[in-house]
Design a protein around this ligand. Structure first.
Ligand SMILES: *[C@@H]1O[C@H](CO)[C@@H](O)[C@H](O)[C@H]1NC(C)=O
Ligand SMILES: *[C@@H]1O[C@H](CO)[C@@H](O)[C@H](O)[C@H]1NC(C)=O
Ligand SMILES: *[C@@H]1O[C@H](CO)[C@@H](O)[C@H](O)[C@H]1NC(C)=O
Ligand SMILES: *[C@@H]1O[C@H](CO)[C@@H](O)[C@H](O)[C@H]1NC(C)=O
Ligand SMILES: *[C@@H]1O[C@H](CO)[C@@H](O)[C@H](O)[C@H]1NC(C)=O
Ligand SMILES: *[C@@H]1O[C@H](CO)[C@@H](O)[C@H](O)[C@H]1NC(C)=O
Ligand SMILES: *[C@@H]1O[C@H](CO)[C@@H](O)[C@H](O)[C@H]1NC(C)=O
Length: 416
């Protein structure tokens, strides 16, 4: 009697003090765990002021995609291990349907949303079983991993992705998001769209862009991170299919780039439009990188024929690009072929390049202003002199080195 009254009082007190709910995602061995979560989400009880937990000690089967409703004050915690289906055909079939939400894990919007993994080394991994896809060079109907879309005030932390199939975290349409302490052992990684995003202390081992900054991105910071085996810290590609790009205020600093194809990279398509401005890459240490600094306004699908020369064609303008404090070694090993090269010539081959270039500026005339490369200390692995590629009729200011296809000779602006 006494006990019942007492606990009733406690209950009332609890509901007044906080209406926080916690939902632990259930698991049944051998079955898809998505439907149970989906019906809990559909109840609306966990759309605000809630924690949704994938429990430590549980190995979940995420055999079908998860789509979260608009969330407010919600934390999603990945403390157990999560697994995609391990066969390619099952996933391809789902991705190919019209109802596919766009990513295996899709956030559709909201405010104050945290996606948090685990710091326990044995748990909190999301396994995409990507190895089979990579081995098969299978690119049809690859799912994106995590679409953290349209979130204002978000956090992505401590997440750990094991061999995801395709692209990983995307933040399109989001604002004020802090992305830190994440680990990706994978093919590709962070895709920054949105505004006011901070990425820091992330660790990426992959085979594609470590960071991709897309059109619409504004005020992006990516810092204090490590990228290995990928395609660099990239802005773009922008302006594909004649689209109008808009990228502003990006700072990438204190990053180690190891065994990568590129370190700092900008790419926009011939025939595009728009502007990318105020972009800085600084304090970049590179080790065994083929193209440390690579800027092209001429991203061009070689499959469609030779790239156009015409300066009457539009392209994305660039303005205020700074590359500062680049130290490291260039991979110029004779005969070396990067893993993603499946054609001859390779998709990344640059006509006329020797493989010893620390910087390649492949620009159209009158569309690039204030591009500066300064404080560069590079050596090639074979010991041959470091070179650059640059066409002086495409630049109007001192780019920090003698602008020619020849030896790397810093100029005044490059040494200041
Ligand atoms: C969530 O909690 C906040 C206080 O932190 C409260 O103002 C709001 O009404 C709550 N929302 C719901 C749907 O309960
Ligand atoms: C934001 O969400 C967290 C849970 O992730 C919660 O602890 C915090 O109170 C929320 N902030 C506000 C202002 O409601
Ligand atoms: C969780 O997944 C990771 C990656 O697949 C694996 O290395 C780890 O052993 C798994 N944890 C457990 C307890 O099985
Ligand atoms: C350039 O971008 C940085 C952020 O990356 C910002 O702090 C700075 O104010 C911007 N400068 C200009 C001139 O817009
Ligand atoms: C561009 O110019 C070069 C020589 O200057 C020529 O060989 C090439 O065919 C031209 N490409 C196109 C697409 O016009
Ligand atoms: C170049 O851009 C302008 C303005 O956006 C557009 O009107 C024009 O058609 C474009 N020209 C080409 C060749 O795409
Ligand atoms: C340099 O750029 C100008 C202007 O686009 C072009 O006419 C010329 O062919 C280029 N030179 C080389 C060596 O590519």
């Amino acid at each position: 009697m006494f006990g019942v009254r007492y606990s009733l009082a406690l209950c009332l007190l609890a509901s007044r003090v906080s209406a926080w709910s916690t939902y632990t995602v259930p698991h049944i061995d051998g079955q898809d765990d998505t439907p149970a979560l989906a019906s809990a989400l559909a109840s609306g009880k966990y759309s605000s002021n809630a924690t949704i937990v994938f429990a430590k000690g549980t190995k979940y089967n995420i055999f079908t995609p998860i789509k979260f409703p608009v969330l407010n004050n919600v934390e999603v915690r990945i403390e157990g291990n999560l697994s995609y289906p391990d066969d390619i055909a099952t996933i391809q079939k789902i991705v190919g349907t019209s109802g596919f939400p766009g990513a295996w894990f899709t956030f559709t919007g909201g405010n104050n949303v945290t996606l948090r993994g685990s710091q326990d080394p044995d748990w909190g991994w999301v396994d995409g079983h990507g190895q089979a896809w990579w081995d098969a060079v299978q690119q049809t109907n690859r799912p994106h991993g995590w679409a953290f879309s349209k979130i204002t005030n978000g956090v992505i932390r401590d997440m750990k992705l094991w061999k995801p199939i395709g692209w990983n975290f995307a933040t399109s349409g989001s604002k004020n998001v802090h992305i830190f302490n994440n680990k990706i052992v994978a093919v590709s990684s962070f895709s920054a769209g949105g505004t006011d995003l901070v990425f820091e202390n992330n660790h990426v081992q992959n085979g594609d862009d470590c960071l991709t900054v897309g059109s619409g991105a504004k005020n992006i910071v990516f810092k204090n991170s490590y990228c290995e085996g990928g395609h660099g810290l990239s802005i773009g590609s922008l302006g594909s299919g004649g689209s109008v790009a808009d990228v502003q205020d990006v700072l990438i600093e204190n990053v180690v780039m190891k065994d990568s194809l590129y370190a700092a990279r900008f790419k926009s398509w011939t025939g595009g439009n728009g502007l990318a401005r105020n972009i800085t890459w600084r304090n970049i240490a590179f080790d065994n990188v083929m193209f440390p600094i690579y800027v092209t306004q001429n991203y061009w699908d070689q499959g469609v024929g030779p790239r156009p020369n015409s300066s009457s064609i539009n392209n994305t303008h660039i303005q205020d690009f700074l590359f500062e404090n680049f130290v490291g070694t260039i991979n110029d090993k004779p005969g070396y072929v990067e893993g993603s090269c499946v054609s001859d010539p390779c998709w990344y081959a640059v006509e006329g390049a020797t493989g010893k270039e620390v910087a390649i500026l492949d620009l159209y005339p009158n569309t690039a202003t204030d591009v500066l490369v300064k404080h560069v200390l590079a050596t090639t692995e074979t010991g041959s002199p470091v070179r650059v590629m640059c066409n002086s009729s495409t630049v109007t200011s001192d780019v920090g080195f003698k602008c020619w296809d020849g030896l790397f000779i810093p100029t005044k602006a490059g040494l200041l």
